[in-house]
Design a protein around this ligand. Structure first.
Ligand SMILES: Cc1cc2nc3c(=O)[nH]c(=O)nc-3n(C[C@H](O)[C@H](O)[C@H](O)COP(=O)(O)O)c2cc1C
Length: 186
């Protein structure tokens, strides 16, 4: 039987009808054998980063975020693209979690994907996110790159994915993340 691996997933959109949240749901429904997925649900609670606050100790919501990152074998970021970059709420969460001591991202295998209404499917945001992963010593999976353009044409009104090629990309990403995580754990 495949060794169990725990993935912690963060979606960078707070929107109820988020395409990125829909894409994450597809990933959660298409896990390879032995993989579990913890979906982060507290992004909206995270305050704007303030070093003065941090000096007094991490707020409980950040302690919880850091604990969940630490407990995971690997990470999955599902990011929208805002103005060619990562949405502030996602970057803010990463910034909070990244502060010492024992920054929890170090050494974590990480995969990413994203959906946008534009033509490039969050490619520019993902390359910015990869830069952040490098500084925080994460170990990003290179391929497949899952960039879902024109997301409004790929999900129906109920939020179901209707595009077979996108489903295959997401399935392939999760299989690759499982293999990457097992390889780095070995
Ligand atoms: C502040 C802002 C900036 C955006 N910038 C981009 C962009 O640079 N590229 C792009 O393809 N879409 C951009 N969009 C459109 C998003 O792709 C679209 O809102 C998408 O639905 C966001 O993801 P979500 O559905 O998961 O919330 C932007 C949207 C917002 C609100």
């Amino acid at each position: 039987m495949a060794e169990a691996i725990k993935i912690f997933a963060i979606c960078g959109s707070l929107r109820k009808g988020s395409y990125n949240r829909m894409a994450l749901k597809v990933a959660a429904e298409n896990l390879p054998p032995g993989m579990t997925l913890d979906q982060y649900d507290r992004l909206a609670e995270i305050p704007p980063y303030n070093e003065d606050v941090r000096q007094q100790g991490f707020p409980p919501v950040i302690e919880d975020l850091r604990r969940r990152i630490k407990a995971a074998d690997g990470l999955l970021f599902v990011t929208p693209e805002y103005n060619y970059s990562v949405p502030g709420v996602l970057k803010n969460a990463i910034d909070w979690a990244s502060r010492p001591p024992d920054q929890p991202f170090a050494g974590k295998p990480v995969a990413m994907m994203g959906a946008s209404m534009g033509g490039f499917g969050t490619g520019r945001a993902q390359y910015h996110l990869r830069q952040t992963c490098v500084f925080l010593d994460m170990i990003p999976l290179n391929k497949p790159e899952v960039m879902i353009p024109q997301a409004q044409n790929k999900f129906d009104a109920q939020g179901h994915l209707t595009d077979a090629a996108t489903l295959k990309f997401i399935q392939d990403l999760m299989v690759a993340l499982a293999a990457w995580t097992r390889r780095l754990k070995a």
